[in-house]
Design a protein. Structure first.
Length: 365
């Protein structure tokens, strides 16, 4: 089934004429016209990560109201490359040396995934009436994209799976910024006085070429989140070897936040308010269970790594990899550690869920 997923999945690289046209479509223009004012209003009221939460809320309301909106794949692709370049700036030799300690947190992540799927799927079966396969796909802490393809292949209820994950994502990325603001000793991202024009801009070109080559390679061999992981690895290698180093303007993070927030809202375009409301309560309970288990996993991880607890909490949060990565960058909470563990989680879910389904299938037969 894993091999079938890798063959069925859409390429991470979506560069064709139809996708270019999407960037100039009325549906995307409407998203931008809704997102920018909502971000400005949220920023005015000092809402944490205003440039993500404002557009996410406004675009979600617009989508559920029936407005024809769409997030172009190329817009998302561009911000993932920007995110990868930002995170790559944190990579140095000390970080590479630290990665040997992350074996233990990776093992804890695997146990967290197994326990999460077991407990939450049982809850959804008993109280929501989900069938076994749909409950397993809905219970997995993340990896919505790959899971939707696997769920379709297994003839599960795609609507229930998607709605459960989307409601969870909304809750997670709405609550986390407020929590981090209240408990983090780190300052939120501030615009530094840095003369970006004094840099060697040829280095940016080298980074982009290296990133694109590695993205194509990762996409070809089926590495999850190829756009982000490919850029991150290419940026890190080129920086450690001192071939190229480049700092993007901090303002570009706001662009990433806006597109990510709006993209979450756009996912409700095909959903009805009744459909979302019907899944809300049990999705909320499932999210609370997953967060509690993630909190427990983060506490256990403190015995194995000397890392900020909020960084661990972000790493074990059942939110989307890109949304959580940008939160880690915005609050300077070790983005490399967070991104690494979310990519590992993607891989683990991709390999674990099919095995669980196979075991259950044998028992049912």
């Amino acid at each position: 089934m894993i091999k079938e997923y890798l063959l069925m999945k859409n390429s991470s690289i979506q560069f064709n004429s139809s996708n270019i046209k999407e960037l100039f479509s009325k549906k995307f223009l409407l998203v931008i016209l809704i997102s920018i004012p909502s971000a400005i209003v949220a920023d005015y009221f000092n809402i944490p990560l205003a440039w993500m939460l404002g557009p996410m809320l406004a675009v979600s309301i617009a989508a559920l109201s029936g407005l024809k909106i769409r997030m172009p794949k190329l817009a998302l692709s561009s911000i993932l490359i920007v995110l990868g370049l930002h995170i790559g700036n944190y990579i140095d030799q000390n970080l590479i040396n630290q990665m040997t300690e992350w074996v233990w947190t990776s093992i804890i992540m695997f146990v967290y995934i197994l326990i999460s799927i077991l407990i939450v799927s049982k809850y959804l079966q008993k109280f929501s009436g989900y069938n076994v396969k749909t409950s397993i796909f809905s219970a997995a802490p993340g990896a919505l994209g790959p899971l939707m393809i696997l769920a379709e292949h297994e003839k599960s209820d795609l609507s229930q799976v998607a709605t459960s994950h989307l409601i969870r994502l909304i809750i997670i990325i709405t609550v986390i910024p407020f929590f981090v603001v209240n408990y983090s000793t780190n300052e939120a991202l501030t615009i530094e006085k840095f003369n970006y024009l004094d840099q060697n801009h040829f280095h940016l070109l080298i980074l982009l070429i290296g990133s694109i080559l590695l993205i194509f390679l990762f996409d070809k061999i089926g590495v999850p989140a190829a756009l982000l992981s490919g850029t991150l690895v290419a940026s890190g290698i080129l920086q450690i070897t001192e071939v190229a180093s480049y700092k993007l303007p901090d303002e570009s993070i706001n662009f990433c936040l806006l597109i990510l927030g709006a993209s979450v809202g756009c996912r409700f375009a095909d959903k009805s308010l009744k459909e979302v409301a019907g899944n809300s309560f049990h999705s909320l309970v499932a999210t609370v269970i997953l967060v509690a288990l993630g909190l427990l996993a983060a506490i256990v991880a403190t015995y194995f790594v000397d890392t900020n607890f909020l960084t661990l909490l972000l790493s074990f949060s059942p939110g989307g990899i890109y949304e959580v990565a940008v939160i880690a960058i915005a609050f300077d909470l070790d983005p490399n550690f967070v991104a690494f563990h979310h990519i590992i989680r993607l891989l683990m879910i991709l390999f674990t869920v099919p095995v669980i389904l196979k075991i259950i299938g044998k028992k049912l037969n």
